[in-house]
Design a protein around this ligand. Structure first.
Ligand SMILES: Cc1cc2nc3c(=O)[nH]c(=O)nc-3n(C[C@H](O)[C@H](O)[C@H](O)COP(=O)(O)OP(=O)(O)OC[C@H]3O[C@@H](n4cnc5c(N)ncnc54)[C@H](O)[C@@H]3O)c2cc1C
Length: 239
C-alpha cells in the first residue's frame, strides 16, 4: 500500500489546487500544504480586494450542458450532489464550528436556474442541440430539467412540472433579437458563490453569500455582454 505520510506541496489555491488537496486528504494523506501568492486566508477570495484568479470571483455559473463533451457533463452532474451536500452540511452546523466567515444560512450552490441564450436566431445553435442530445442519451433525468424555448410542448411541460416562478425565467430572453432569440432554461443550473465579505456596491462587510446585490452584480454584467452571442445567464429569484 502507498504510504500516506509524504509531504505534499500544492502551488495554487484556486479551485483546482484546493480540490486536489481535499481529495488527497480524503484519501488519507495528512501532510499537505497549499501555497498561493495571494493571501486568500485574509481576503477570502474577494475580488474587491484584488483577488483576481479565475476562481476568485463574485460567483460562477453551474450548468450541466456541455455540448457533446459528455465528460464535462458527467463531472458537473457528479459535482452537483457534492455542492448540495455541502449546503446541507453548512446548514446543519453551528456557526461556531464553521470555518469563518461561513454562517449556517449560507448556500454555496443556489439552484436558481440558468438560461442558455443561443447564438442563432429562431433555432438552437449546434452546441445547444448537442447538449440536449448528449443529456437525452446519457442523463435523461437531467435532460428533463431542461426546457427549450419556442416549443409549445416544452412550455406546457414546464407549466405542468414546475412552480409558476419558472415561467418568468423561461421567458427571460423573449424580447431579445426582436423576439427571435432562442435557447433553453436549465432549471437544475444555478450559481456557485465564490467569495464572501464585502458588498461590491457599498463596500460594507456583509454576512451571507446570498445578498441579492451580489447575485445581481454578475448577472447584470452577463446580461450586458451577452446580447448577440451565445451565453449562459444565471437567473436569481429577484432579478
Ligand atoms: C472570466 C471567467 C469566468 C468564468 N466563469 C465560469 C463559470 O461561470 N462557471 C465555471 O464553472 N467556470 C467558470 N470559469 C472557469 C473557472 O473559473 C476556472 O476553470 C477555474 O477557476 C480555474 O481554477 P484553477 O484553480 O485552475 O486556477 P486559478 O483560479 O487561476 O488558480 C490558480 C492559483 O494559482 C496561484 N498562482 C499562480 N502562479 C503562482 C505562483 N507562481 N506561486 C504561487 N501561486 C501561484 C494564483 O494566485 C491562483 O490563486 C470562468 C473563468 C473565467 C476566467
Amino acid at each position: 500500500m502507498t504510504s500516506r505520510e509524504p509531504e505534499i506541496i500544492i502551488v495554487g489555491a484556486g479551485v483546482f489546487g484546493l480540490s486536489t488537496a481535499l481529495w488527497l486528504a480524503r484519501d488519507g494523506y495528512k501532510n499537505i500544504t497549499v501555497f498561493d501568492r495571494a493571501d486568500y486566508d485574509a481576503r477570502n477570495y474577494d475580488p474587491g480586494y484584488g483577488c483576481s484568479a479565475a476562481s476568485a470571483d463574485i460567483n460562477k455559473i453551474f450548468r450541466t450542458a456541455y455540448g457533446d463533451q459528455q465528460h464535462y457533463q458527467d463531472l458537473a452532474i457528479e459535482a452537483r450532489d457534492m455542492w448540495m451536500s455541502w449546503n446541507d452540511q453548512i446548514a446543519n452546523t453551528n456557526e461556531a464550528d464553521l470555518a469563518k466567515p461561513l454562517m449556517p444560512r449560507d448556500r454555496l450552490l443556489e439552484e436558481c436556474g440558468v438560461f442558455y441564450l443561443s447564438s442563432g436566431e429562431d433555432k438552437l445553435d449546434t452546441h445547444s442541440q448537442q447538449s440536449l442530445n448528449t443529456l437525452a442519451q446519457t442523463a435523461a433525468s437531467i435532460r428533463r430539467q431542461i426546457y427549450p424555448k419556442g416549443d409549445q410542448l416544452e412550455e406546457k411541460r414546464l407549466a405542468t412540472e414546475m412552480a409558476a416562478k419558472w415561467n418568468k425565467k423561461y421567458h427571460v430572453a423573449d424580447k431579445l433579437a426582436g423576439g427571435r432569440s432562442h435557447g433553453f432554461l436549465d432549471t437544475g443550473g444555478g450559481i456557485e458563490y465564490a467569495y464572501k465579505v464585502i458588498d461590491p456596491f457599498t463596500g460594507v462587510k456583509t454576512g451571507p453569500f446570498t445578498g441579492s446585490r451580489h447575485r445581481l452584480a454578475r448577472t447584470r454584467s452577463i446580461y450586458a455582454n451577452s446580447v448577440g452571442s451565445s451565453s449562459f445567464w444565471a437567473i436569481p429569484e429577484d432579478d
